[in-house]
Design a protein around this ligand. Structure first.
Ligand code: GLY
Length: 261
């Protein structure tokens, strides 16, 4: 029997349907109000794509009090040994972890939590070798230290890196494609943080394509980045493009929409 690679072969995911309050979601720059109906259609396509790989998807109800609640990835880190509840760096998002806690408790025997500082799941990229954590406006030294103290005894090496200036999360600029390969913007790769990995770069002008997810046999990527999509296909990846126009208005992407384990 072949063992699953827990960094991209998953049997479950957690998602949360967007709420009508999504129009109040955080954004670095206002490029328009998200359209709820379009986002619901895109979200349904995303969930159906996860399910098409045979995975179970736990679909949570919208949270009107948390406009960014659809971006469940920021609330936790899911590892084979246990789950870690994050401590989101945006004050309006801190309560999202309280909502996620019982869901994860039902899935995991061991659930820990970051109790000091801040860390967002979007700043964390797990590879088979290490856990990269990007210091950012949302993830600080204290949050990273707490996370290190939790994952070290579980046998994970935590590597602190820097989320590029002006970029919301570390994973806004990169994704894991397989056990050895990372999709990265050129600006992030140039920092040297992925030395020793195979790195594929997003095409010029397509930085926003970097936030994809490898989920079982598929790579889910935002639609509208044809050069990067072709490059991934030419490298043997089975790509599914999902419209991301509405989440992009809130700096969100493919990874933000699920917890995967
Ligand atoms: N709108 C996603 C975030 O800022 O956390």
């Amino acid at each position: 029997m072949t063992m699953k690679n827990p960094t991209y072969e998953f049997s479950r995911a957690i998602t949360r349907r967007p709420s009508a309050s999504i129009t109040e979601g955080l954004r670095a720059t206002d490029i328009g109000t998200p359209d709820l109906d379009q986002m619901l259609r895109d979200h349904a396509h995303y969930v159906a794509t996860l399910k098409s790989t045979g995975a179970e998807v736990i679909e949570l109800d919208p949270l009107a009090d948390y406009p960014d609640g659809v971006f469940v990835e920021d609330t936790a880190l899911c590892l084979p040994q246990g789950a870690v509840l994050m401590r989101p760096g945006a004050p309006s998002r801190m309560g999202e972890t309280v909502e996620m806690a019982p869901v994860l408790r039902a899935c995991y025997d061991d659930m820990r939590e970051i109790s000091k500082g801040h860390a967002d799941g979007g700043d964390i990229l797990v590879t088979p070798r290490e856990i990269f954590v990007g210091r950012s406006d949302r993830t600080d030294a204290m949050g990273i230290a707490e996370l290190r103290a939790i994952v070290d005894p579980w046998g994970h090496k935590l590597t602190e890196v820097v989320t590029p200036n002006g970029v919301l999360h570390f994973k806004s600029d990169c994704s894991l494609l397989d056990g050895e390969t990372i999709l990265s913007t050129k600006r992030l790769e140039d920092s040297g943080c992925f030395d020793g990995y195979n790195v594929l770069n997003t095409a010029a002008g397509e930085d926003a394509a970097a936030n994809t997810i490898r989920f079982n046999e598929l790579v889910l990527m935002p639609a509208g980045f044809p050069k990067t999509a072709t490059m991934l296909q030419e490298n043997g990846y089975k790509v599914v493009e999902i419209n991301n126009s509405e989440c992009a208005k809130l700096d969100g992407g493919m990874s933000c929409l699920s917890l995967r384990f």
